[in-house]
Write a protein that binds this ligand. Structure first.
Ligand code: GUN
Length: 293
C-alpha cells in the first residue's frame, strides 16, 4: 500500500509555481492576483480562505480578501463581483461557498466572468470541461487527477466509481476521468443507488465524496483498489485545541491494508484543492485559457 501524500505533492507544486512567478516578475510582469469574497463567519469557509491566502504567499501571488457580514444583500454582492470582473489588477476570484440562504448561489456564480472564474463553477467553464475544451477545471477534481498522474495510478481502461454527484466534486470529476487521455470507465453513485457495495467493489479507483465520516468500509473495497477520500467532516474532538478534527469518508485503518494507493485525511486531497486554485490563477494571469480582451 502506498500512501498518496497530498501535502508533500502540493508543496512541490507550489514551489514550481513560485519559480514560474519569480521568472514572470524578473521579466517585468506583476504577480498573479487572486481575490476571494467571504460572507459571514462559517468556520470551514474561514479556514479555506485562510489557507488560500497562505498558499498565495507561498506561490508569490498577491491576494485580497473582501469580507462582508452574513446580512449582506445580494445586490451588494453582485456589485462587488462586477467590480472584480472589471478590475484589470485582479486575474481571478472566488466567492466562498456556502452563502447565506437569502442569496442565490447560482446567480452569484453566473455573475463571475468565465475568464476570472478560477473555481471553474461558471456554466461556461463546466460546459467547456464537458466538451474537453480549454477551461478552468474545478479545483478538487483537478487536484485528484493531478495526484493520480503524479503517483502513476493507472486509469486507462480502469473502472472508476465515484460516490457523490455534487456539482463541485462528483459531476466534474466524472467528466475529467472519462476524458480522452485518462480513459477511465466511470460510474457515479448517489444516495439512491441500489446495491452500492456491489458497485464499489468493482472499482479500480474508488472516490468517496459524499461527506459522511467513515462511510466506506473494508467490505466495500476490492483488493488492490486505489482509494481517494474527499471527505472533510469536522467531528468534535476535545483533545484538539480547535475542538474538532477532520474526518474522511473512508474508514482508513480498515480499508488501507486492501489498497494499492490511498489518500489520508487530512493531508490528501485537501491541500491539492488549494494548489489547483493556484494553478488556475496562474493560467488566468497568463491568459493561457482565454485570450486577453
Ligand atoms: N466551498 C467549499 N469548497 C469550495 C471551493 O472549492 N470554492 C468555493 N468558492 N467555495 C467552496
Amino acid at each position: 500500500m502506498q500512501l498518496i501524500d497530498g501535502k508533500e505533492t502540493a508543496a512541490r507544486i507550489k514551489a514550481e509555481i513560485a519559480a514560474t512567478v519569480q521568472q514572470m516578475k524578473a521579466e517585468g510582469h506583476r504577480a498573479p492576483h487572486l481575490a476571494a469574497i467571504l460572507v459571514g463567519h462559517d468556520g470551514g469557509s474561514e479556514t479555506y480562505v485562510a489557507n488560500k491566502v497562505k498558499a498565495c504567499e507561498a506561490c508569490g501571488f498577491t491576494s485580497t480578501v473582501i469580507r462582508r457580514e452574513a446580512d449582506v444583500t445580494e445586490a451588494e454582492l453582485l456589485g462587488l463581483i462586477d467590480g472584480l470582473n472589471r478590475d484589470p489588477e485582479v486575474d481571478g476570484f472566488i466567492v466562498q461557498l456556502p452563502l447565506p440562504r437569502h442569496i442565490d448561489e447560482q446567480k452569484v456564480t453566473e455573475a463571475i466572468r468565465p475568464e476570472k472564474d478560477v473555481d471553474g463553477f461558471h456554466p461556461v467553464n463546466v460546459g467547456r470541461q464537458a466538451l474537453g475544451l480549454p477551461c478552468f477545471h474545478s479545483a478538487t477534481p483537478a487536484g485528484i487527477v493531478e495526484l493520480l498522474k503524479r503517483y502513476e495510478v493507472p486509469t486507462r481502461g480502469r473502472r472508476c466509481v465515484i460516490i457523490g454527484r455534487s456539482n463541485i466534486v462528483g459531476k466534474p470529476l466524472a467528466m475529467l476521468m472519462m476524458q480522452r487521455g485518462i480513459d477511465a470507465t466511470v460510474t457515479v453513485c448517489n444516495s439512491a443507488t441500489a446495491n452500492l457495495a456491489e458497485i464499489t467493489r468493482q472499482a479500480d479507483i474508488l472516490v468517496a465524496a459524499l461527506g459522511k465520516p467513515h462511510f466506506v468500509t473494508a467490505d466495500m473495497v476490492a483488493d488492490g483498489a486505489a482509494v481517494i477520500d474527499v471527505g472533510t467532516t469536522r467531528v468534535p474532538d476535545a483533545t484538539r485545541k480547535s475542538g474538532f478534527r477532520l474526518c474522511g469518508d473512508v474508514d482508513f485503518d480498515a480499508v488501507a491494508p486492501k489498497c494499492t494507493f490511498i489518500t489520508p485525511v487530512p493531508g490528501g486531497v485537501g491541500p491539492m484543492t488549494i494548489v489547483s486554485l493556484m494553478q488556475n490563477t496562474l493560467l488566468a494571469a497568463t491568459h493561457a485559457i482565454y485570450p486577453e480582451r
